[in-house]
Design a binder for this molecule. Structure first.
Ligand SMILES: [Zn+2]
Length: 146
């Protein structure tokens, strides 16, 4: 008796979560049934809805993280770079950051360079002059100009 049932190949319906007889006609009969079709429709709808919710959650989280990183970067540029009037390349190396932050830095490299440039130009004349003297590149240029 037990052997008979075990040896029967049964078909597991994932949607209805039941076993049905494993022959083609009974599978077809089950899958054409009203109840099975309703369950399939419901579960597809549920899957689509959950997928949409997940995407919305992820994009909200991403936006939030982008905002935090942008603000951190802005803060950093404002306090450290503007104060010390360092070139953007050096500022990047000194950033103590996560992968996300580094990605944000890479994305904003252009505007960052522009900001550092602006910081240099906005720096007090004394700081700018000191940097000029200390920089070999500018001195060489000066000599060749003379
Ligand atoms: Zn079913």
């Amino acid at each position: 008796m037990t052997e008979y049932w075990v040896s029967q190949a049964r078909h597991w319906c994932e949607y209805c979560r039941i076993y049905i007889a494993g022959n083609k006609s009974s599978i077809a009969f089950h899958e054409n049934g009203k109840k099975h079709k309703e369950i399939v429709e419901l579960s597809l709808r549920d899957m689509r809805m959950r997928g949409r919710e997940r995407r919305i959650e992820q994009s909200d989280l991403q936006k939030e993280m982008d905002k935090i990183e942008r603000n951190a970067l802005k803060d950093y540029m404002h306090h450290d770079v503007a104060k010390e009037a360092r070139p953007a390349a050096k500022a990047e190396v000194r950033l103590p950051v996560s992968e996300e932050m580094q990605r944000a830095v890479a994305l904003q490299q252009a505007s960052e360079a522009a900001a550092a440039e602006a910081a240099l130009h906005d720096a007090p004349a004394a700081v700018f002059a000191k940097r000029k003297v200390g920089s070999k590149g500018i001195r060489v240029k000066k000599e060749s100009d003379l």
